[in-house]
Design a protein around this ligand. Sequence first.
Ligand SMILES: Nc1ncnc2c1ncn2[C@@H]1O[C@H](COP(=O)(O)OP(=O)(O)OP(=O)(O)O)[C@@H](O)[C@H]1O
Ligand SMILES: C[C@@](O)(CCOP(=O)(O)O)CC(=O)O
Length: 478
Amino acid sequence: MHLTPSAVSSPGKVLLAGGYLVLDRAYSGLVFALSSRIHVTSAPLKDHPEGTISVESPQFKNAHWAYQINKNLDGAGVVVAQVEHEGSSENTFVETTIRYCLNYLSMMQQDAPYFFPSIKLTILADNDYYSQPKSATPLPRFNKLGVPIFEAHKTGLGSSAALVTSLTACLLSTYSKDGTPLELTSEKNLKLVHNLAQASHCAAQGKIGSGFDVAAAVFGSCVYHRFSPALLEPLQSTEEAEHDPNHFAPKLAAIVLSNWDYSVKKTKVPPGLRVVMGDVDCGSSTPGMVRHVLAWRKEKGQVANAIWDSIEEQNQGLINMFAELSLAADEEQDDYITTLHTLAVTKGPFNAVQGSGNVVIQVLRQLRNKILSIRKSIRDMGEAAGVPIEPPSQTKLLDYLSDECSGVVGGVVPGAGGYDAVALLVVDNEDVINGIKEKLKDYKFEGEQGDQGRVEIMGAREEHVGLKVEDREQYELL
Ligand SMILES: Nc1ncnc2c1ncn2[C@@H]1O[C@H](COP(=O)(O)OP(=O)(O)OP(=O)(O)O)[C@@H](O)[C@H]1O
Ligand SMILES: C[C@@](O)(CCOP(=O)(O)O)CC(=O)O
């Protein structure tokens, strides 16, 4: 294999609509890619035995992992084994991704004796992925938290999906048969990265989720319909992946190169609007929420499907309103801009906004009501399933922000919901953001255990861009 030093990044995510439903291919997920990204760079590693991969995350303590890659002398594939060293820990997502990528690559080079030049991989995460210490001065980019990863408070932006996607793309770009790195921006190769990253991510997390987070990390903001879980069933044996590459590698390559049945339709937030993420510091992602909702759906059959069908119809309405607003922004620019300026200084429900004859304000009112209606259905589903998807303290917070803050179209509990986070759709205006922060300054959020916490507005916003090839030099200046 030839070695081409590479650098890539992929975004975090927010599932604005379709939580739980997106686990079933019949239903949509509306996922926005965020500005917070996870970056992975590669460089030659000197003074190490051939086939060593050294990985580090300099923002954390004891975040160094080393792996030895050995060709399987009895047939296809490679054996990837962690090289233990003092203070080393395990990182299932890193190890599984390396194992999957290198077994895939070994199958692409069966016609010649191959070896893997030793490399060093560096993982860097934008600060919003983890709660940061309070600081009077702006934090450095990729702030060093100085604690082990497991001690960092993750903020729910999808760090593992972005990590696995960036690591996959970086490895496929670094190792090549002839020194020509994989062209990562072609649709064909993005699909390859997607399939391989989905396989690695599901294996590492030990379950086959909908994969909306990996899809957003690769393709960016989109309306997503998942792939059939059966596609990955043959790869769920970690034993085979770790100890029987002769069977695992060809099977993996065939699955990754096959035509998957997911769908991705690119989308964007309408111009002049933006997504704002709120991190709840006493949040708790109630474990087993997904299991409980799926058990309820299985038990309640038609009743549950009727609720899901209703939510899907409302989600499609939301998606259509985004398209209508984007069209209005093009076709009635002056009206659009004027209306958003007015909304930026108006609290919901926008009835007071004059010019009710114009399309823009009508669609914005419909959008606001659609979000309220989706939230009601989500609450109904949560109550029926006995799962706190939008618990009362989140309802109180979302209603407060939607009614008391100027420029807020609406907000939801994203993804699986619970107590962790809120996602707001607001007029893209600094005064609107500052107004929300002001309203939250003394807001006391009641957590699941009755404890009180604060809600912090995060810097991350929608950015819509998926996997990106990066300029390596920007990291050398850090
Ligand atoms: N910067 C990083 N460097 C190395 N590994 C990381 C990094 N960030 C995340 N990980 C890996 O991803 C794991 C977190 O994945 P997990 O599925 O538990 O959470 P998640 O849903 O992806 O997190 P969130 O959505 O809150 O970001 C960590 O335990 C670690 O193994
Ligand atoms: C509940 C689910 O539909 C979304 C989970 O979203 P999040 O991890 O809470 O952002 C699970 C999935 O899609 O894999």
